[in-house]
Write a protein that binds this ligand. Structure first.
Ligand SMILES: [Mg+2]
Length: 247
């Protein structure tokens, strides 16, 4: 990840300033009548509704222990093994109208075990495998940082690293998403972004690190693996509505 990416994260975070603040400043400058303000508000509401209706939901996916088999710091092509049925399950999500975005911590970069260039090659190969059944992976974001790394450039507590929300905010900034109809699938609670409100279901899979009862309570559903998670998501009522209106 580059400095430019970090700046984008900052942009995404600062975009949280309420729209009201900006629009009221503009209204003061133009000094509109009360009727104008009402009409303007109605147009804005209609525009927001039209925009929301055109947005697609996204499934945000963890990588290690979720899309690929769990390994201790997978840094070679041999270490990158998609879980059974991954390509087929992702293709089902694509056909159901979901965008697919992978968000993954990769502290092996900070630990000097792999370069970003080498990681990029592994990811290109992984995406080829995951899309072999017709899935479209819209984006993959990785956090190469870790506070205890050995590579100085990456050895700090980055907001990009989960459970920080930086990668999610960057993804939402670059891939407009209907968050209310979106879902999260991962093998750890940090993959679920439980502090982010107004989202769709959060699903844990059992193909990664062992889950505690507390972990399981943080999820809306716990599935044996990615295939079972996708099966549940596509049969769950909210997901069916997403399918009906998705493109
Ligand atoms: Mg994982």
């Amino acid at each position: 990840m580059t400095d430019a990416d970090e700046e984008l994260v900052v942009d995404a975070l600062s975009a949280d300033v309420p729209d009201d603040a900006a629009s009221s400043d503009q209204s003061d400058a133009a000094a509109p009548s009360a009727d104008d303000e009402v009409a303007s508000d109605e147009r804005e509401t209609e525009a927001e509704e039209e925009c929301a209706a055109s947005l697609r939901p996204t499934v945000f996916l963890d990588r290690d222990g979720t899309l690929i088999e769990e390994r201790h710091y997978p840094v070679t092509a041999e270490d990158i093994v998609p879980v059974d049925g991954a390509a087929t399950a992702l293709a089902q999500l694509t056909r159901a109208g979901y965008q697919l975005i992978i968000l993954t911590n990769q502290s092996a970069v900070a630990r000097g075990m792999i370069s970003e260039e080498q990681l990029g090659v592994l990811h290109d190969e992984l995406i080829d495998e995951l899309t072999s059944e017709g899935a479209v992976v819209d984006a993959l974001y990785y956090a190469p940082h870790h506070p205890d790394g050995t590579h100085a450039a990456y050895s700090f507590a980055s907001p990009l690293r989960k459970p920080g929300t930086g990668m999610l905010e960057l993804a939402l900034h670059e891939h407009p998403t209907d968050l209310a109809r979106s879902a999260f699938i991962g093998d750890a609670v940090r993959d679920l972004f439980v502090g982010v409100e107004g989202t769709g279901p959060r699903i844990l899979v059992r193909t990664g690190h062992a889950l505690s009862p507390e972990d399981e309570r943080a999820a809306d559903h716990v599935a044996d693996d990615l295939v079972a998670a996708v099966e549940w998501l596509l049969s769950e009522p909210a997901a069916r509505r997403a399918t009906a209106t998705g493109t």
